[in-house]
Design a protein around this ligand. Structure first.
Ligand code: FE
Length: 156
């Protein structure tokens, strides 16, 4: 039976918790020159997706990546204004304090064929943007973990 909370199996899995879901997939083409994170967030809100997964490829003219420093518990942001291939975008969709929360990482290919990678904060399309969005049809809850300094899955 499906509920609005993921199934958990605390006793059988001492090293992790997990959720089991039924899935529904969408192929999403984002229009040229749109900002990727805003657009994917709008799509998830529109389709009422509260738990799921996103993968994607495409091309961008600008991207802001973040790097988390566990010692300071702070992110350092850096923007790259150049044409790049979105070689891979991967991440998940969850719900935090009632809002859609996307956690996305990306790898960008530069003109010299080297790669940039990191936690994706913002990226503007310049070319095609093709994404597969999987709806788990259940809520994947997220909560702030003050000890780690990050927002993590909440299976409690
Ligand atoms: Fe991240």
């Amino acid at each position: 039976m499906l509920t609005d909370k993921p199934y958990t199996c605390k006793n059988l899995a001492p090293f992790y918790l997990y959720g089991m879901y039924e899935t529904k997939k969408y192929a999403v083409s984002i229009k040229n020159h749109e900002e990727i994170i805003n657009t994917l967030t709008l799509f998830c809100k529109d389709k009422k997706i509260k738990g799921g997964q996103i993968t994607g490829i495409g091309a961008v003219k600008s991207a802001t990546l973040r790097f988390f420093n566990p010692s300071t518990k702070q992110y350092v942001d850096k923007t790259f204004d150049e044409q790049m291939e979105l070689a891979n975008l991967t991440g998940n969709i969850s719900l935090m304090e009632g809002n859609v929360y996307l956690h996305l990482h990306a790898i960008f290919g530069r003109e010299d064929y080297t790669a940039l990678a990191g936690h994706l904060l913002k990226a503007t399309l310049n070319g095609a943007g093709e994404f597969i969005v999987t709806n788990y049809s259940l809520t994947l809850p997220r909560v702030k973990d003050a000890k780690i300094g990050l927002n993590v899955f909440d299976f409690k």
